[in-house]
Design a protein around this ligand. Structure first.
Ligand SMILES: *Cc1c(COP(=O)(O)O)cnc(C)c1O
Length: 396
């Protein structure tokens, strides 16, 4: 059993993948060939955004959006510590300071009830009302941005976040690296009101290519022009690439990856449905496993997850590594996303956070376990996963 089975998906892709790749090899336009524009138009229409700008990775998508808004030293960016390193890394590399906000245990996403206090804490440099990073305790930072994450494919609570941000003159950048394909209150992620949304096409994401790739969605025409320039070394426009009017980077999606994504995008809407069926079956099967919490998502009127991962909470105090080894010995691979909150990562030691600052994140990182998840997982396999999990918990 595979944790994510890309080989089965490749069978379902059939000849459409070969045809797409062959076309690139015939036309020899490897950088910004016609497939890139075709993909961007399709993804923008799907998301319900005016613009989709593809780029080299999900991390670069975050970088480009932050560059377009001139986020940098002296700025504060509110985000979640329960995420992949990129989210915090992109903020910190601009020179801005990540200000972490704890999560909710039910969907692992940023707990919006802390937003007002976190903002107040930054404005007053008052560490007692919300745990602040060192730079925010020592000097007055300017709150600029909220950067929520759709962890495991579950949409963040965008209405609340957008209302908060726009009341206080902040922008919202959604990190939908795991959330593309999810729906928030009947709108697709990428089209639900964020100033920009970044996603990733890393092979393991819900819509993945065969290498690195990413995209930024926005309704803002000026920002789209800026992103188009920034991903191509700050060129003036399409016709004048050796006229560089700003500092950018090499951040383009290559044509081969766009071709792979076009082939996969044909299957994507159905794969979203299949992922939801698989998740629902897991929920039902887990009903019989004592003490394990299935993810409590979706909440009917809230939206639909794209189930990038199916992540459960083990009972408190269970030795997770022993459970994983037991399952692996019986051919069931699992993963831990993530073993440590960003605020406790060595790379962020300079922020001066301490264990205890974000207790829900610490509890989640201690108890999470992600089970095999992909659209083509079969009932028998799922039954085996859950039976093996139950056996592990019994025997330990
Ligand atoms: C995967 C991921 C990224 C980074 O995407 P890459 O394409 O690997 O650079 C950023 N944020 C989150 C939440 C992710 O899961």
């Amino acid at each position: 059993m595979q944790f994510i089975d890309l080989a089965i998906q490749q069978k379902h892709l059939g000849s459409r993948l070969q045809a797409r790749l062959a076309h690139v090899l015939e036309t020899n336009q490897y950088i910004l060939g016609p497939e890139v524009a075709e993909l961007e138009a399709k993804l923008a229409a799907f998301a319900g955004a005016r613009h989709c700008l593809s780029c080299a990775s999900g991390s670069v998508a975050l970088d480009l959006a932050l560059m377009a808004w001139n986020i940098g030293p002296g700025d504060a960016v509110f985000t979640t510590p329960m995420t992949f390193i990129s989210t915090g890394e992109s903020i910190a590399r601009t020179g801005a300071t990540p200000v972490f906000i704890d999560i909710r245990l039910n969907d692992f996403n940023l707990d919006t009830t802390h937003l007002e206090t976190a903002l107040e804490a930054v404005r007053t440099k008052d560490n007692r009302i919300h745990p602040l990073p060192l730079p925010a305790r020592q000097s007055s930072l300017t709150p600029k941005l909220v950067l929520p994450v759709d962890l495991f494919g579950h949409p963040a609570n965008y209405d609340v976040i957008l209302r908060f941000a726009h009341t206080h003159g902040l922008k919202v950048l959604g990190d939908a690296a795991q959330g593309f394909g999810a729906t928030y209150k009947s709108k697709h992620i990428g089209g639900c009101g964020c100033d920009a949304t970044a996603t990733s096409f890393f092979p393991a994401k819900p819509l993945g290519c065969y290498g690195d790739g990413g995209a930024v969605f926005t309704d803002d025409d000026d920002m789209a022009d800026l992103l188009d320039s920034l991903r191509y070394h700050g060129r003036a426009d399409h016709h004048d690439k050796y006229n560089n009017v700003r500092l950018g980077l090499n951040g383009r999606l290559d044509t081969m990856q766009a071709a792979v994504l076009l082939a996969k995008f044909d299957l994507f809407p159905n794969e979203i449905i299949l992922r939801n069926i698989v998740a629902k079956r897991y929920n039902q099967l887990l009903g019989s496993v004592y003490g394990v919490l299935p993810p409590s998502f979706p909440m009917s009127d809230y939206g639909q997850s794209v189930w990038a991962q199916y992540t459960i909470l083990l009972p408190p105090g269970v030795n997770r590594e022993k459970v994983r080894q037991f399952m692996l010995d019986r051919g069931v691979p699992t993963a831990v996303y993530y073993p440590r909150g960003l605020f406790l990562q060595g790379a962020f030691a300079y922020l001066g956070y301490r264990s205890g600052d974000f207790p829900i994140t610490e509890e989640a990182t201690a108890r999470v376990l992600s089970l095999p998840m992909h659209p083509y997982l079969e009932v028998q396999e799922q039954t085996r996963v859950i039976q093996t999990l139950a056996d592990a918990l019994h025997s330990l």
